[in-house]
Design a protein around this ligand. Structure first.
Ligand SMILES: Cc1cc2nc3c(=O)[nH]c(=O)nc-3n(C[C@H](O)[C@H](O)[C@H](O)COP(=O)(O)OP(=O)(O)OC[C@H]3O[C@@H](n4cnc5c(N)ncnc54)[C@H](O)[C@@H]3O)c2cc1C
Length: 567
């Protein structure tokens, strides 16, 4: 058996945080706040503070103001968004803590735009919604990075963590490699926090970084997954530019000039819904396409988005420059020459099923998960894929879960003995991790990425589901899975891509297996063959676990008797 040190660079720490996006940084900061003397190490396969999604998005962060009311928020969410599948205790906590989390962000150097009386400036999509969107610029994670470094947290960039190290069930760190020179890294940690994002299948450009490495690593290690069937978010996108067309859901017309969503969306709702995608699918099947958004009637894009981006509300130079460079030209082109612009559902995914408790502890001792990795798995959003028809909850959830998971990991560390890593286990994981480098010929990762995208993205497979289509999609995903051992890598970047495509296949398999199990429609989740919500039989969470290499599915009753909002 090899000595651990002979396998690679061995680094001991108290807390290992995998991923230096907004959730990982929130966890690092708050772990250090309660235990300044512990060692916290953040490892990112790109560059902490610069990578991740928080600095590439809309910069709105959802919070519930006392004026909105925590009870009203609960009622609205449970009835109109999560449809009784929420962990209502955690949902309430999100509502109650979200305003305070804005102040926390400020104390970490993030600028929250405020009125003269000190209240946060905000946007509301409609007055009825019992939450608001505060505003931040895209330097959010850079400011947090500075703050974290001052606290003494250490960082390693350009190292992709592939697998978790275990002592029995307990997670005692992670193993990965440098994407620059291939050095193997073995991080020994008393507690490990997964903060490495969700699964987006590399389909939509701006969501490209969500590749599900942490989800797959946790699954392989035996952690439970929950709500894997809610990993099918879409945005409407313009056909010509592939950029997001917010508000299209309210103004969709078929080729006969009929408004196809008016009947199902008589009023403006919290956000888009999969029911509009079903309407689109039926029109396309009936030969009534193309479906266009009537931009002249698009209130969200004409009124809300400009208000949101206006300098009168918030001067955000970094975000503005970024938007101009990325989506500005495409958006302008898409709205010319006439009001009718063809749109299609752009599959985003956002699967985030790592199951966590209220302190973001997974079902494995020593392993915590925060941010996009455990967003659906925490259960607070219910029967919706992230962002749960509540824009702004991505950043909100990242901070909310980070400030719970960081201190919980620090407490775990204080009561825990040293982490022992078994060299034989590390050696076996290293061999598996580097296996694609040994094949001189084989399948290149892009081929399987495309294959899995082709299975996930069709609306009939992942949004409007039916048993026969799900079975077919699963069998295709399993065919791709069978090819994974043939993957070959010509360099470290390709090796990283090999790991990512394996993660995508794991996510797809989880999605289809969980979806075949849920025999009802609820919230965002729509089945053609089970069109009704079934509170009699399906107030249950679907749990997935790796048991000796088998993906085992079980269900768990929600403790609905304990919750205040009942069906
Ligand atoms: C275009 C776009 C617009 C958005 N707009 C908004 C918005 O306006 N409001 C809102 O609330 N939310 C928005 N979101 C969502 C929000 O940005 C995310 O929910 C949030 O940033 C997630 O943070 P995170 O830290 O959990 O994950 P991420 O930001 O995804 O960070 C994960 C980190 O982990 C690293 N990593 C991944 N795999 C590994 C590995 N194997 N080893 C080591 N490191 C790894 C990555 O490099 C990355 O740095 C938007 C997202 C996108 C893409």
């Amino acid at each position: 058996m090899a000595e651990l040190e002979s396998l690679g660079k061995v680094i001991p720490t108290d807390i290992l945080i995998i991923g230096g996006g907004i959730a990982g940084l929130s966890a690092a900061i708050t772990a250090k706040e309660i235990s300044p003397d512990i060692d916290v190490l953040v490892v990112d396969k790109a560059t902490s503070g610069w990578s991740g999604k928080a600095n590439k998005g809309g910069g709105n962060i959802a919070y519930v103001d006392p004026e909105d009311g925590a009870d009203e928020f609960m009622q609205y969410h449970v009835h109109k968004i999560g449809c009784f599948l929420e962990d209502q205790e955690l949902l309430r906590a999100y509502g109650e803590e979200s305003r305070g989390n804005l102040e926390r962000l400020e104390s970490w150097g993030v600028h929250i735009f405020r009125n003269e009386d000190g209240s946060p400036k905000y946007v509301k999509y409609t007055e009825e919604l019992p939450w608001r969107l505060a505003l931040i610029d895209q330097d959010v994670t850079l400011n947090m990075l500075k703050h974290t470094k001052k606290q003494g947290t250490k960082f390693i960039d350009k190292v992709a963590i592939v697998d978790l190290l275990q002592d029995g069930d307990r997670v005692v760190g992670g193993i990965g490699f440098s994407v620059i020179d291939g050095t193997c890294y073995i991080i020994k940690a008393k507690a490990t926090i997964l903060a490495n994002g969700g699964q987006n299948y590399r389909l939509m450009r701006r969501w490209n970084s969500g590749r599900g490495d942490g989800i797959a690593a946790a699954y392989r290690a035996g952690a439970q997954m929950r709500n894997a069937e809610f990993g099918n978010f879409i945005n409407w996108i313009f056909v010509d530019s592939r950029d997001v067309c917010q508000g299209a859901e309210d103004v969709l017309y078929n080729a006969k000039g009929q408004h196809i969503t008016k009947a199902i969306r008589p009023v403006i709702e919290a956000d888009l819904h999969s029911k509009e995608v079903v309407a689109w699918y039926k029109e396309m099947k009936a030969g009534n396409g193309p479906v266009c958004a009537n931009m002249a009637e698009n209130r969200i894009l004409n009124e809300i988005v400009p208000a949101f981006h206006s300098d009168a509300l918030a001067v955000r130079p970094i975000a503005t420059a970024f938007w101009d460079r990325t989506i500005g030209k495409a958006m302008a082109a898409a709205t010319r020459p006439g009001p009718l612009q063809e749109v299609i559902p752009g599959f985003i995914g956002e699967q985030a099923p790592v199951r966590v408790d209220h302190q973001m502890a997974t079902t494995l001792p020593g392993l915590f998960a925060v941010g996009d990795t455990s967003w659906a798995g925490s259960g607070w959003q219910g029967a919706v894929p992230p962002p749960g028809r509540m824009r702004g909850s991505g950043l909100g959830n990242a901070v909310f879960s980070g400030v719970r998971g960081g201190p919980a990991a620090a407490e775990y560390v204080s009561g825990t003995a040293r982490a022992e890593v078994n060299p034989a286990q590390a050696e076996a994981l290293k061999e598996r991790m580097f296996a694609p480098l040994k094949h001189s010929a084989g399948i290149q990762p892009p081929e399987l990425v495309r294959a899995i995208q082709d299975v996930m993205s069709p609306v009939g497979n992942s949004i409007y589901m039916r048993q026969d289509r799900l079975e077919d999609a699963l069998s295709k995903a399993l065919e791709i899975k069978a090819k994974l051992p043939e993957l070959c890598a010509k360099d470290w970047q390709y090796l990283s891509a090999c790991n990512e495509v394996k993660s995508m296949v794991t996510s797809a398999e989880m999605f289809f297996r969980a979806s075949m199990e849920r025999k009802e429609s609820r919230g965002w989740y729509i089945r053609e063959d089970y069109p009704d919500m079934d509170n009699e039989n399906w107030l249950k969470w679907i749990i997935i676990q790796n048991k000796k290499g088998e993906m085992v599915i079980s269900t768990e009753d929600l403790p609905i008797e304990r919750y205040p909002v009942k069906p």
